[in-house]
Design a protein around this ligand. Structure first.
Ligand SMILES: Cc1cc2nc3c(=O)[nH]c(=O)nc-3n(C[C@H](O)[C@H](O)[C@H](O)COP(=O)(O)OP(=O)(O)OC[C@H]3O[C@@H](n4cnc5c(N)ncnc54)[C@H](O)[C@@H]3O)c2cc1C
Length: 506
């Protein structure tokens, strides 16, 4: 019997596989596709996962050759420009990377960690009993202690578990095309002459996106009322004509796709021995947050599942996966629905709303608030003993185990002490007996970390890594950091109890 079977080798399934393997449990990953799809989907990742990739030593690979990696100068929030100039302390980071490359890098990493990814293997059925999970594959069955459905929006795993996926389906279709041309500026110049700008353009008949992420290739998007279906170049050109009333010099098509966005959240993230993560658990209608949330689901679940399967932590630790991650899904649905609504509104009403919000977003506080929201750092995780209701938005009373920082999550760069509990640990610069280092480097083995910055704390056991270090501006004298980078506790009083809550082995 396998320990864990992951259904789906998309980015989330692969990330989960890496996290499990790092924590000492080697999963089997099954995917129905014979190979990684070259279909362009995500153009990048942004938010907390970028720091987490650094904490796993993967950021350099992701950023290599990327047209952009770092703190974004702004973000099109539902086609309203949001600018971060002067907000040097916001946590938001982004890396432009095409999804097929991302999946290749994660597959490579999974292979380095000894994970077996079995492609061309569709899972056709799933049942569970007291002892394990049975997966039906063509001509055979597999048994595992646990399974995770990372099988995307149409998740068979979710459907077989009978977990509802309520939400809405857009009545608009998004046609996206990648076109090769030697003259990207030619398209943009001609568009300008026609009164169009790079980014989203609203017309009374729909919307047109003009952008380019690499030299020689431009991306054109058309949104109009309709349903998804096969798309041809002639159909694409006709849609452009309907929306802007003219033709564009598109160039040679590389990819054409048609998508209808949905806003949905699984009613539960777990049923017995089976879990859901990524698009199988949530679909967001806008905003480029899907991978941030999905990959962070994987990071949250990986160490917990491994800790329980290896007997290091109590089974109830697994309850915290849903209590921590579903509220993040709820929160992300809120801002991505708002973005979709802002994008969708056409006519003078829509223009007025976007113009007014452009003025509001120019103020520091709204820009900071939205940066934290997009980052995912305005929700805090809790502790297992506190039970359900964890993951409340920071800035509200009752947010996890700590107090609240005025001004919301990660406030003005000065989150300290107990306010760090339930947040992703900042990448502190440290000096140890072995020389200078930083938190990111200490997190790479995926073990819990007790960072003693002068409190003299210690914990027994061989799982938690204890590091004594100096830090110029320590946010607390002691930090207990979970393998997923979340601060579990600060200070020495109550430390042992907190460690016992999360990490039974102490
Ligand atoms: C046009 C477009 C642009 C996007 N842009 C962005 C963006 O810029 N930023 C962002 O964050 N997100 C973006 N997204 C969303 C992002 O692509 C998804 O959130 C992401 O792919 C979800 O990853 P996943 O691993 O959960 O699921 P998927 O990537 O859908 O992977 C699921 C895997 O499961 C496999 N599978 C399914 N059923 C079975 C089965 N029965 N048996 C075995 N295998 C199975 C599939 O073959 C697939 O490999 C975009 C999406 C689209 C469509």
């Amino acid at each position: 019997m396998d320990e864990v079977i992951i259904v789906g080798a998309g980015p989330v399934g692969l990330m989960l596989a890496c996290e499990l393997a790092l924590a000492g449990v080697r999963p089997t990953v099954l995917d129905k596709r014979p190979e990684i799809s070259d279909l362009p989907r995500a153009n990048g990742v942004g938010g907390q996962i970028v720091r987490m990739l650094d904490y796993r030593g993967l950021l350099e690979r992701f950023a290599e050759g990327s047209p952009f990696a770092g703190r974004p100068p702004g973000f099109p929030f539902g086609s309203v420009p949001l600018r971060f100039a002067g907000l040097d302390d916001i946590p938001l980071r982004m890396v432009m990377i095409q999804q097929p490359r991302m999946e290749r890098l994660l597959s490579e990493r999974a292979a380095e960690l000894g994970v077996e990814v079995v492609r061309g293997t569709p899972v056709r059925g799933l049942t569970q009993d007291d002892d394990g999970v049975t997966l039906d594959l063509p001509g055979r069955r597999l048994r595992a202690h646990c399974a995770v459905g990372c099988d995307g929006g149409h998740s068979l795993v979710r459907e077989r578990l009978g977990i509802a996926f309520p939400g809405t389906t857009d009545d608009e279709v998004l046609l996206l095309g990648h076109f090769r041309t030697g003259q990207v500026t030619g398209l943009f110049e001609q568009s300008r002459v026609m009164g169009l700008e790079p980014g989203w353009n609203h017309t009374p008949h729909g919307r047109l996106l003009l952008t380019s992420l690499q030299p020689g290739v431009h991306i054109v998007g058309v949104r109009e009322k309709g349903a998804a279906g096969p798309v041809t170049l002639a159909g694409f050109q006709a849609a452009i004509r309907r929306v802007i009333g003219a033709d564009l010099p598109l160039g040679e098509p590389i990819w054409l796709s048609s998508t209808v966005t949905q806003a949905r959240l699984a009613e539960r993230y777990r049923s017995g021995r089976v879990f859901l993560a990524g698009d199988a658990a949530h679909l967001f209608p806008a905003g480029g947050s899907a991978l941030n949330v999905g990959l962070m689901d994987a990071v949250n679940l990986g160490w917990k599942l491994a800790a329980v399967l290896t007997g290091r932590a109590p089974v109830r630790l697994l309850d915290t996966y849903e209590t921590e991650r579903r509220p993040v899904g709820v929160r992300t649905l809120t801002h991505t629905r708002a973005q979709a609504a802002l994008e969708r509104l056409t006519g003078e009403d829509g223009t007025a709303l976007r113009d007014l919000l452009t003025e509001v977003f120019a103020f520091e506080q709204p820009a900071r608030h939205l940066a934290n929201l997009l980052d995912g750092s305005d929700t805090r995780s809790g502790t297992p003993s506190k039970g359900a209701g964890e993951g409340v938005p920071a800035g509200e009373p009752g947010g996890g185990a700590g107090g609240v920082v005025a001004g919301g999550a990660a406030g003005r760069g000065g989150v300290v002490g107990a306010d760090l509990v339930g947040r992703l640990v900042p990448d502190l610069q440290l000096s140890t007996g072995d020389g200078p280092t930083r938190v990111a480097e200490l997190m790479r083995d995926g073990r819990p970390l007790l960072l003693d910055l002068g409190g003299g704390a210690t914990l027994d056991g061989d799982w938690i890594r204890v590091v004594r270090a100096r830090c110029d501006d320590p946010p607390a004298d002691t930090l207990l950091i979970r393998p997923d980078g979340q601060v579990a506790w600060t200070g020495t009083a109550g430390l042992r109890e907190a460690a016992a809550e999360w990490l039974q082995s102490v």
